[in-house]
Write a protein that binds this ligand. Structure first.
Ligand code: GLY
Ligand code: MN
Length: 358
């Protein structure tokens, strides 16, 4: 991360950056630069200074658990006076960078009172650029997260029993993933059976999954903080021919989108290609974007809006996930994860050619 911090300061006009967590929200950059495992570190500060070791300011709740490394120093504070003194000492430069994308206005007002006379600037774009390009270690972690997810999917025949609810199946998947080394889920698992599959972000429910139903499962795990995100289709019985045909058509859209993945190409070309095929084959436009960045967060950088132009760069990691949704029939989505390379892409996961029968 030392190189990433150096690169970050080469892009910004400030010599100090404050990254902080809040009571109910953490800034993923805190975990990016410290490499600490996620979930706790409420209200902790991370101070980045050009040419200096990063400093974590925390309370005694976390202090004892932070591993000692040469990557950062730790100051455990005991009271507010101690905190103010520590913060002032650690932020000597006149201009201070903050992640305005997540920094609440009230927290900024309080910070301005403590650090009077400083100029605060937004460094969210620079942080985003840094995090968009994954390091070798990050790629390996995402790859492991994908592998665990695929291993869980490979056990679904044993985990699924007709009559179980969507929530019960989701619980089995989560339990199996954790036994295989996942720390957590990337997001609450979507198990959408029957007509529920036509709702792209269906809330996994207490609906029983019967025999001869289509099941859409959108599922990802976190491994050492890094996410996977895969969507697979299953059928609890013998898959009707028309559903496998729909699946092949969505797969064709996905394959055509993949062909547009390459460093320096526009990500929106992938959307256009898939959209054209879905429209030609199924008479419908894509209901949602073709994919998103993947990393510390399931919707990670690169972040873009629906259909936006976006130039891909080597070592970005993202998803491709076209879907077809018809409330009268069902929904089909197929999602895999990709590493962008100079020549094209490397698949980090690999969806089957057909709907899997369970
Ligand atoms: N897997 C959930 C999503 O990408 O929206
Ligand atoms: Mn996704």
């Amino acid at each position: 991360m030392k190189n990433k911090i150096k690169e970050l300061f080469s892009k910004t006009k400030c010599n100090t950056i404050i990254i902080r967590n809040f009571s109910n929200f953490s800034d993923p950059h805190f975990f990016y630069f410290t490499q600490l495992s996620r979930e706790t570190y409420e209200n902790n500060f991370l101070i980045l200074n050009k040419n200096k070791k990063p400093l974590i300011i925390c309370s005694s709740l976390e202090g004892a658990g932070i591993p000692e490394t040469k990557n950062y120093s730790v100051k455990v504070i005991s009271n507010n006076k101690d905190f103010v003194k520590t913060l002032k000492t650690a932020t000597k430069s006149k201009i201070i960078g903050l992640n305005f994308e997540v920094f609440p206005l009230n927290a900024l007002k309080r910070l301005k009172k403590i650090l009077k006379g400083k100029k605060f600037i937004d460094v969210s774009k620079e942080l985003e650029e840094i995090r968009s390009i994954k390091t070798k270690q990050e790629i390996q972690k995402i790859q492991t997260a994908c592998k665990i997810t695929e291993q869980v999917f490979s056990q679904i025949k044993e985990l699924f029993k007709p009559g179980m609810t969507e929530l019960e199946l989701a619980a089995e998947l989560e339990f199996t993933a954790k036994k295989l080394g996942a720390e957590n889920l990337s997001f609450p698992i979507i198990v959408a059976s029957g007509k529920n599959s036509a709702v792209p972000h269906h809330n996994t429910s207490d609906k029983k999954i019967k025999k001869n139903e289509l099941i859409l499962i959108d599922f990802g795990v976190k491994y050492k903080n890094y996410c996977s995100d895969l969507t697979r289709m299953f059928f609890s019985g013998k898959t009707p021919v028309f559903l496998n045909k729909l699946y092949s058509e969505v797969m064709e859209a996905k394959t055509s989108a993949e062909k547009e993945l390459k460093a320096e190409k526009n990500y929106s070309l992938a959307f256009e290609k898939a959209n054209n095929i879905i429209q030609k084959n199924l008479g419908q436009k894509l209901m949602h974007d073709i994919g998103h960045g993947l990393g510390l967060e399931v919707h990670d950088f690169p972040k873009k809006n629906f259909g936006d132009k976006f130039i891909l760069k080597k070592n970005m990691v993202l998803t491709i996930e076209p879907g077809y949704y018809n409330k009268k029939i069902a929904g089909i989505r197929i999602e895999d994860d990709y590493l962008i390379t100079e020549k094209g892409f490397k698949k980090l996961s690999n969806a089957p050619k057909k709907i899997l029968e369970i």
